[in-house]
Design a protein around this ligand. Structure first.
Ligand code: F0G
Length: 466
């Protein structure tokens, strides 16, 4: 879409038309249409969206100015923190198909407590948990749901560890489509499940894990006219790219040294990486930040794929972690993630259940909070600092993917001290005591409340003096 380039500062680029193609990430073959399972007919690998024309025609300064100006606009398309960046997204045929809940436009916070305890002056958190359904999934869902609606699908479906299903169900409801959710029975948080129920999804709790749900979905979409909204769907990843566009805008287009993101099915890291490479190619940023992916030790397929197979084939695992959002052993987008890690020079690390719990409490202490899967980023940063991969003078952005309220059971178990019971980290459990703030049940008397206040003050002072 070269003609879409804005020639004058602040002027509106002309409306882009659908010029994108599907390109296989394996053999590189390019097609106009994608199969229902978004896999290449030649080699079976996943496809991504490519726009062969846009690269040549954009003026970076004009684009930045148009995107900034749209923040003050009242138009539906501009109010969305995703469609605001529409020049770098696939364009629907008409605005009528648009399904949006005003996603994106999330804050970039400083983390003063973690900053000072780790000795990194420039540490930030981009909080994608402040999206409409409480997770980063919404930025991808607005694009994929729009294209599902445009294609006239009656049903959309996903396999999920919870957040995708909540997001898909909401966007399907807004777009007048039915939604089918496949989730592992007993392994997702009630808050996420309850969102899908309220938004009217047909919710099936299958007696398997996430990987089993996803496999079944792949078979289902080959048999029934159902549109798949997992992150295998390349439109999802296009929307999720906007996290990176928005982040660079918030940093005044000065890339940080490092971006650190949790890894599950590996769609998000792939999307952020694709966005970084596109911004570099369009001269929107002068250099690439290093994009690093952190996994839970019990769900470390990418870590093992890189360490044991040099990134050449997937080493899948039987996943187990209390960070249920990333309880995934057979990540679909592993090849895309390997590519972006190599292209940006990022690292891949794993963190323990203990480290996740502690990091989550530390992010909570900053007054912003997040769900357990997001906390792997801070836990991972500590490791990357110890290894010398991240230098203290570099700036670091952690991507917080989900809201604190997404998994209240984890938080309650943590504060009551039962989270790590029975695990092999139980012995270290006492180290988490200073972070715990369990609720106290008391008689309803003034004396009892004053006594509790005095005790809290005393133990706070003892801790500060220690
Ligand atoms: N953080 C949260 C809160 C998530 O919900 C997920 C994935 C991830 C991180 C990992 O992102 O899969 O792109 O590498 N949740 C999916 C779901 C799988 O079904 O909600 P990823």
């Amino acid at each position: 879409m070269p003609s879409a380039a804005a020639s004058e500062k602040g002027s509106e680029p002309s409306s882009p038309k659908a010029r994108f193609r599907f390109r296989c990430i394996g053999c590189g073959s390019v097609t106009e249409l994608a199969a229902q399972d978004f896999r290449c007919a030649q080699c079976g690998n996943l496809v991504e969206i490519a726009d062969p024309a846009w690269k040549s025609g954009f003026d970076p300064a004009a684009l930045k100015s148009v995107w900034r100006d749209r923040r003050a606009s009242d138009k539906q398309l501009d109010r969305s923190g995703v469609w605001r960046f529409r020049e770098l997204l696939p364009a629907p045929e008409s605005e009528q198909h648009l399904v949006t809940l005003r996603e994106g436009n999330t804050p970039l916070y400083e983390l003063p407590l973690a900053s000072s305890s780790l000795g990194i002056p420039r540490l930030f958190a981009k909080h994608q948990g402040l999206n409409p359904t409480g997770s980063f999934k919404d930025t991808g869902m607005t694009v994929a749901a729009t294209f599902a609606r445009q294609a006239g699908f009656r049903w959309v479906a996903c396999a999920s560890t919870g957040n995708t299903s909540a997001s898909m169900a909401a966007y399907a409801a807004r777009g007048g489509m039915r939604s089918l959710v496949l989730v592992p029975d007993g392994k997702i948080s009630w808050s996420k499940l309850s969102q899908a129920l309220d938004y009217g999804a047909l919710t099936l709790q299958l007696r398997t894990d996430f990987d089993g749900c996803l496999q079944l979905l792949q078979e289902l979409v080959r048999r029934a006219p159902i549109y798949q909204l997992n992150s295998i769907n390349p439109f999802r990843l296009e929307g999720q790219k906007t996290l990176a566009f928005e982040l660079m805008e918030q940093l005044d287009w000065h890339p940080p040294g490092h971006i650190i993101v949790p890894g599950g099915n590996l769609g998000n890291s792939s999307a952020i990486g694709k966005a970084l490479l596109e911004m570099r190619d369009l001269s929107l940023i002068p250099r690439l930040p290093k994009l690093s992916v952190i996994q839970a030790e019990g769900a470390n397929a990418l870590v093992r794929t890189l360490r044991e197979a040099g990134g050449k084939h997937l080493v899948s695992v039987q996943a187990e972690t209390r960070a249920t959002a990333i309880r995934i052993g057979n990540p679909a987008s592993w090849e895309k993630a390997v590519h972006v890690l190599q292209a940006t020079g990022g690292a891949c690390e794993q963190v323990s259940e203990f480290e996740i719990a502690q990091a989550k409490a530390e992010i909570g202490a900053e007054g912003i909070g997040c769900e357990p899967a997001s906390a792997v980023t801070l836990a991972g940063l500590k490791k990357l600092l110890q290894q010398g991969f991240v230098k203290r003078e570099e700036s670091v952005v952690l991507i917080l993917t989900g809201n604190l309220l997404k998994d209240p059971d984890f938080t309650m178990d943590f504060h009551r001290g039962s989270l790590l019971e029975g695990s092999n980290t139980n012995a270290k459990n006492f180290e988490l005591k200073p972070f715990r703030h369990p609720p106290v049940v008391l008689d309803a008397t003034l004396d009892a409340v004053i006594k509790a206040l005095e005790q809290a003050e005393k133990s706070h002072r003892t801790r500060s003096d220690a």
